[in-house]
Design a protein around this ligand. Structure first.
Ligand code: APR
Length: 240
């Protein structure tokens, strides 16, 4: 149980926390990787093979998310409340490229797999906000290179962002919460092992069903994120 915890909290989130906002997960039966090929759409090699196809895929996802129907849910909101009311530091480390944590009010947020609403120039590495489509032959406003713009997301085989900051937050926490992630993708899947090895850190998995790493958590709570996350946050805030 979370009772007695007063120190910092590190929260890892995955696609499951955004499922009830209307966004597909990746590995559930109706998940994204059952519909499209991960090798084609989520690797640097796939992008090099067919940039037109890959840009169109991310343009479509960007449009879908910007459409106005996708909103933060009670789980995103509960984590924002936790950050606002908790006496220690709360950091949310998300694997999600959606903007729902930020829109719910989470401020101490690390997008380790990048952000759908950002693009990066591969030539000069400049990162910029982007709500609309990216054209394959687009010219970079910073360096003038043509055709070097790509989604600012981390593909398989690439290094996630902010790993130093993430391990600092994990080392400094008293509670590690993992929410809505299947535990298939490293390095995120290894965070529970990291905190266990460090010792003195309570770990809890909140997920619809046991993840790959479920047995490594000290505590597990199963159910939809919009139910189990607000409940767990209320318990923490009331010291139960
Ligand atoms: N509430 C809580 N958990 C849920 C819900 C829900 N409503 N719906 C689904 N889940 C759980 C599933 O049971 C599953 O364990 O969320 C998890 C989603 O797992 P994945 O689809 O594998 O997503 P994730 O773990 O975030 O994937 C990691 O893989 O392809 C990449 O870059 C992509 O960041 C992503 C990474």
């Amino acid at each position: 149980m979370g009772a007695g915890i007063t120190g910092n909290i590190a929260v890892l989130t995955g696609a499951g926390i955004s499922k009830e906002s209307g966004l597909d997960t990746f590995r559930d039966a109706d998940g994204l990787w059952s519909k499209v090929s991960l090798e084609d759409y989520a690797t640097p090699e796939g992008f090099a093979r067919d940039p037109v196809k890959v840009q169109a895929f991310y343009n479509e996802r960007r449009r879908g998310m910007a459409g106005g129907n996708i909103r933060p849910n009670a789980a995103h909101e509960a984590l924002a409340k936790l950050e606002a009311e908790w006496p220690g530091e709360v950091v949310v480390i998300t694997q999600n490229i959606d903007d729902l944590h930020g829109r719910a009010g989470t401020k101490n947020l690390i997008h380790m797999h990048g952000e759908l609403f950002k693009v990066r120039c591969d030539a000069c590495k400049a990162v910029s906000e982007r709500r609309g489509d990216v054209a394959v032959d687009e010219v970079c406003g910073e360096c003038g290179a043509a055709g070097a713009m790509r989604p600012h997301v981390v593909w398989f085989g690439e290094m996630p962002f902010d790993m130093d900051r993430i391990y600092e937050a994990l080392d400094a926490c008293e509670l590690f919460m993992s929410i809505g992630t299947s535990g298939n993708v490293y390095p995120a899947a290894g965070f529970v092992q990291h905190v266990r090895f460090k010792g003195g850190i309570h770990s809890v998995e909140l997920n619809l069903e046991p993840s790959e790493g479920a047995s490594q958590f000290a505590e597990t709570v199963y159910g939809p994120a919009t139910e189990v996350v607000p409940e767990y946050v209320e318990r923490l805030l009331s010291g139960r």
